[in-house]
Design a protein around this ligand. Structure first.
Ligand code: HEC
Ligand code: HEC
Length: 461
């Protein structure tokens, strides 16, 4: 809430500033590229991000341990940080993530003998603490400011409905309740045995028994004395007997917010009125981004440069698929079973995007140039998508048949139906602008990797 208020206040300031700075005259054109750019930024509500409140150190310490500890997974073989790893900028560098049973880290991680690919790309956790109203590619965890599910869930809408416990402070904390429930990512299948050959008790809970599973994970954690100490330090007012997985999730979110908020990019300094923070090329790219030629800001606008809306951007379909749509992934359309949202995914916020290839909900584009070439003529790019650019294990999971492509184009977002007509130079300018969104401190996050975790399980394997 606090950050919202701060942001609104910033917006007010900026609007005021535009009125009296003399950047524009009512009749004439803007005086300079900076004046023109600042006018477009203002139009899309792209204002500076306020400071993130510091998180309590004991909470962050517990959250860091949990993030890297494989004890949270049914088979004790995968941690949050396996897919959201500091070495790969809090993502995994893969097109589609690989869950329990897989081995290795980063782009060279491989599937185990049984398991499938996770149907979607693992987004970076960078800046997930900034308070976007939705999380996940389909926004299935959201904070739309009205009560969720009647029970304990408070203000959040999540797949757990009224089983979501009360007391989760942020949407990011609510999100952290769910990876442990996901069989392919962390939980495993009934009958699985963990890395030591012991039965995987977490896999035995029904998919609807959120409460039972969360209690079982908490029992695992509290069987480790070092965790009891860390929880007690992080929640001094809460007796050990009253601790639940919501406390673990709260700590994970505190770590994500404290360690992974990176908003000191050249663009952020430009937003704070340092005209020299961007190069001339980046400014030309920004004018395209925020202008009518490339229309990027109409979906990637606001302070976060995205995160608030869903669109069918005509991204090639890849992977095992999700739910009733399988082998396709209808994205938000699967969630609501609505044609309107078919193939719509969240327009991800773009800060630090340079560091988190491959791109899109299924990682079908290897670099930013490929993303821009796609946007430049979406129908053509979708029809001509070359799946040989994908890793061999994924090539046969590309769904490029005529029927799929025609249905996708039927409800392609209206803004992307006509070619943009960007030249190669303009594409480079847009890429240069996207690179101005990188906070240099986000390039190397490896100092966040702990030497060990309380369970004693290996950390970076
Ligand atoms: C097997 C790999 C894997 C593991 C393990 C994993 N995640 Fe993820 N994570 C993903 C994928 C894939 C998505 C996107 C899923 C979707 O949108 O449907 C995701 C999405 C997220 C998001 C939403 C980001 C956004 O911008 O929308 C957050 C936050 C997150 N994960 C945190 C965690 C935490 C915390 C854990 C551990 C408790 C964890 N993840 C474990 C793969 C993984
Ligand atoms: C109609 C809305 C819309 C417009 C216009 C738009 N985008 Fe997007 N953008 C999206 C959506 C939706 C996604 C996710 C699509 C998916 O994964 O299927 C996305 C994803 C991206 C990604 C990948 C993010 C990631 O983390 O993987 C980048 C980069 C990007 N857009 C840049 C741009 C640029 C640059 C422009 C202007 C040329 C632009 N976008 C125009 C909606 C839009």
């Amino acid at each position: 809430m606090m950050t919202r208020i701060v942001r609104t206040a910033y917006l007010g300031l900026l609007v005021l500033a535009t009125g009296c700075d003399g950047w524009t005259t009512p009749s004439g054109p803007p005086a300079s590229i900076d004046a023109e750019l600042r006018q477009s930024l203002n139009r899309w509500g792209t204002v500076p991000i306020g400071p993130t409140p510091a998180q309590p150190p004991a909470l962050v310490d517990l959250g860091q341990a949990l993030m890297f500890d494989k004890v949270l997974s049914g088979n004790r073989d995968i941690a949050c940080a396996t897919c959201h790893n500091p070495v790969t900028n809090a993502g995994d560098g893969l097109a589609l993530a690989i869950g329990t049973g897989g081995s290795g880290l980063g782009p060279s991680r491989t599937l185990g003998p049984g398991p499938q690919f996770i149907p979607r790309n693992a987004p970076t956790l960078l800046n997930t603490g900034l308070g976007a109203p939705y999380l996940f590619w389909d926004g299935r965890v959201s904070n739309l400011g009205f009560g969720g599910g009647g029970g304990g869930g408070g203000a959040f809408q999540t797949p757990a409905g009224n089983q979501l416990p009360a007391g989760l402070p942020t949407l990011l904390a609510a999100q952290a309740m769910f990876p442990v429930m996901n069989r392919a990512e962390m939980r495993g299948t009934p009958g699985d045995h963990d890395r030591f050959g012991n039965p995987n008790e977490l896999a035995e809970f029904a998919d609807t028994d959120f409460v039972g599973l969360w209690q079982a994970v908490t029992r695992r954690l509290l069987a480790i004395p070092e965790y009891v100490t860390k929880f007690n330090n992080a929640f001094p007012g809460t007796p050990t007997s009253a601790l639940g997985f919501q406390h673990a999730a709260t700590a994970i979110a505190a770590f994500e917010t404290q360690a992974l908020t990176r908003t000191d990019s050249p663009f952020d300094r430009y937003l704070q009125h340092d005209d020299a923070a961007l190069t001339a090329e980046q400014k030309r790219g920004a004018l395209l981004f925020f202008g009518n030629r490339a229309k990027c800001a109409s979906c990637h606008g606001g302070p976060l440069l995205g995160g608030q809306t869903f669109s069918n951007a005509g991204v090639p379909q890849l992977g095992p698929g999700v739910g009733t749509g399988a082998p396709l992934d209808f994205g938000r359309g699967e969630l609501f079973n609505q044609d309107f949202y078919r193939f719509a995914f969240r327009a991800m916020p773009l800060r630090n995007v340079e560091l988190t290839a491959p791109y899109m909900h299924d990682g079908t584009f290897a670099d930013l140039e490929a993303v821009l070439k796609h946007y430049n003529d979406v129908p053509k790019a979708l029809r001509e998508y070359d799946s040989s650019q994908l890793p061999p294990a994924l090539q046969q999971m590309y769904h490029g048949d005529d029927a799929t492509i025609s249905t996708m184009l039927t409800n392609l977002d209206g803004r992307l139906r006509q070619p943009l007509g960007l030249t190669d130079v303009e594409i480079s300018e847009l890429v240069a602008f996207l690179k101005s969104l990188t906070d240099p401190s986000a390039r190397d996050l490896t100092s966040l990797i702990p030497a060990r975790v309380p369970s004693g399980l290996p950390v970076q394997e």
